[in-house]
Design a protein. Structure first.
Length: 119
């Protein structure tokens, strides 16, 4: 089975989101849901964006493989749901929104100025 994990998704340490999911950087439920929804997204898009569905189906398979791995890691206690409540909490969203939007502006500026290739 062909999997797709392009290098342009790597951070400055050489890690992609899958690596971060596998090492508990995000709550397990979020990581698992991310993979599950992307599986469905690429499955539904197959043959619509391009006539050849192969690329989208390979992406769906990639997310399915990661989904399976994360389910196993969660079942075995290797990854957890710590931080999930904070991620879903709306009480301080206004402050988090401001911080996040400033972060996006900073990233855009760094990329446009050539200051940062990998963030």
């Amino acid at each position: 089975m062909k999997t797709i994990r392009p290098k342009y998704y790597l951070d400055k340490r050489g890690h992609d989101l899958f690596w971060q999911f596998e090492h508990g950087y995000y709550p397990a439920m979020v990581a698992i849901s991310f993979c599950y929804l992307n599986m469905l997204n690429y499955e539904q898009r197959a043959g619509r964006k391009t006539k050849d569905p192969s690329d989208d189906l390979d992406k769906a398979r990639t997310y399915f493989t990661e989904y399976e791995l994360l389910l196993r890691k969660r079942a075995e206690g290797e990854i957890h749901d710590h931080g999930l409540e904070k991620m879903l909490d709306y009480s301080d969203f206004k402050a988090r929104k401001e911080i996040y939007l400033k972060r996006l502006d900073r990233i855009e500026q760094q990329i446009k100025s050539g200051e940062a290739k990998y963030l």
